[in-house]
Design a protein around this ligand. Structure first.
Ligand code: ACO
Length: 375
């Protein structure tokens, strides 16, 4: 039995959703065959969510209908608002999010239906409601009154509006919109794999999304962006970045927001777009976070030869959108929900139970000793 630690480079399924390929030393990321740079430039999150779920870019009328469907689904059932009000204000927002997703499952009488039609309904419901859960929980935990969804606003605009109580500027809304596009899918990352493992048992979609949210939370995956922000605050000024990085590496510690399982020695294409967004926001708002980030990037490249990943520049983007540090992972989930649900539906369609093997390395053939004789 050969052990493939961490399933590195193991291909476990076929998928038509996203493709990562390294061509001539350059990484290309496509959703359903469309390059991420084109989507970031021309598309909206609603359009990309449609693309991921249905496999094709929508026509104008299809997009209008889809966007309307999302808008109609944004409000939360009173039971979920009650749940959010009863959670401890110290709960991590990501825990509030996954608890609410599970609770939504109790309110769906078709919870166990996994046919495509019902699954798409559930997916649209989750894509629409996740931002409201995150914004409402934040308003509740900070003792502020709820700001209900505004149907005049796009998906990204409406989230920032529900969170801050003010309609965001065009630049802020577009920055979040592009960020959500960039986070919408990424092949078999750990959280999507967790969702597919759950789906492969034919578990309900809420169970699969709870598995994904739990997996996203760790600092080696989506949790890294919160840690990046802790680091930016600790470094505090760009000139301290070099010594901070050097000392941390000398202690054998990891620098959060650097390194990637798939992009080894190649630039993560999402990072290129996120760096542009972070720079644009820095010019309009607080330039500190971007400047410190640039200095850290340079130092990590110099001392370890590692490149930033998607979580690195996300941190300065979120900070300049006024998003609290502990909500950074939630923003990742607001984007990734489109990819998770698309993968769950794909898994249901052509399912094989995902059940790998482990090589047993513990003791064998031991003689059982009755408890009275164990001493
Ligand atoms: N800081 C310092 N050293 C690092 C880092 C880092 N961020 N990342 C990798 N390395 C080093 C490892 O120590 C190892 O060095 P060694 O060969 O001398 O022992 C080498 O690079 C390879 O690292 P692995 O952990 O084997 O690579 P793997 O593919 O398993 O891990 C991971 C990828 C988990 C992302 C890793 O790079 C990491 O821990 N990064 C920091 C956390 C992070 O930013 N996570 C977000 C990832 S992106 C995402 O999920 C959205």
């Amino acid at each position: 039995m050969e052990v493939l630690e961490g399933l590195k480079d193991v291909v476990v399924c076929e998928s038509e959703i996203s493709r990562i390929v390294i061509e001539n030393g350059e990484a290309v990321l496509e959703y359903r065959g469309y390059n991420i740079h084109d989507l970031a430039k021309y598309s909206t999150y609603e359009e990309v969510a449609y693309l991921l779920l249905y496999g094709e870019l929508p026509s104008k009328s299809e997009l209008e209908l889809f966007s309307e469907e999302l808008k109609e689904r944004r409000e939360l059932p009173p039971q979920v608002i009650g749940l959010l009000s009863n959670l401890s204000p110290f709960s991590h927002p990501m825990v509030a999010l996954r608890t609410s997703v599970s609770y939504l499952g109790t309110l769906d009488k078709y919870i166990h239906h996994i046919d495509e039609e019902k699954s798409l309904e559930k997916a649209k419901n989750l894509i629409a409601k996740l931002p409201t859960i995150v914004a409402y929980f934040h308003r509740i935990r900070t003792g502020q009154k709820l700001i209900h969804p505004n149907e005049e606003l796009s998906h990204a605009e409406n989230f920032l509006y529900m969170l801050h109580g003010e309609i965001p500027s065009e630049v802020e809304a577009r920055a979040l919109d592009v960020d959500l596009i960039l986070h919408a899918d990424h092949e078999l990352n750990a959280s999507t794999f967790a969702a597919r493992v759950a789906a492969s048992t034919l578990a309900d979609m809420y169970a699969c999304v709870v598995a994904a949210t739990g997996t996203l939370m760790g600092p080696l995956h989506g949790g890294a962006s919160q840690k990046v922000m802790e680091m930016l605050r600790e470094v505090a000024v760009p000139w301290r970045a070099e010594s901070y990085v050097k000392e941390k590496l000398e202690r054998g510690e990891r620098i959060m927001g650097f390194g990637h399982r798939v992009y080894k020695n190649v630039v993560d294409p999402r990072t290129i777009e996120l760096k542009i967004l972070a720079k644009k926001l820095a010019e309009l708002k607080d330039p500190r976070w971007y400047k410190i980030s640039e200095a850290i990037e340079e130092a990590v490249r110099k001392y370890k030869g590692l490149l930033p990943n998607v979580d690195f520049y996300s941190a300065s983007v979120y900070a300049n959108l006024g998003i609290p540090d502990d909500m950074f992972i939630c923003i990742f989930a607001l984007g990734r929900i489109a990819g998770w649900t698309a993968h769950i539906i794909e898994q249901y369609k052509d399912n094989t139970l995902i059940r790998p093997r482990a090589k047993y390395v513990g003791p064998v053939r031991r003689k059982y000793i009755p408890i009275e004789e164990r001493g």
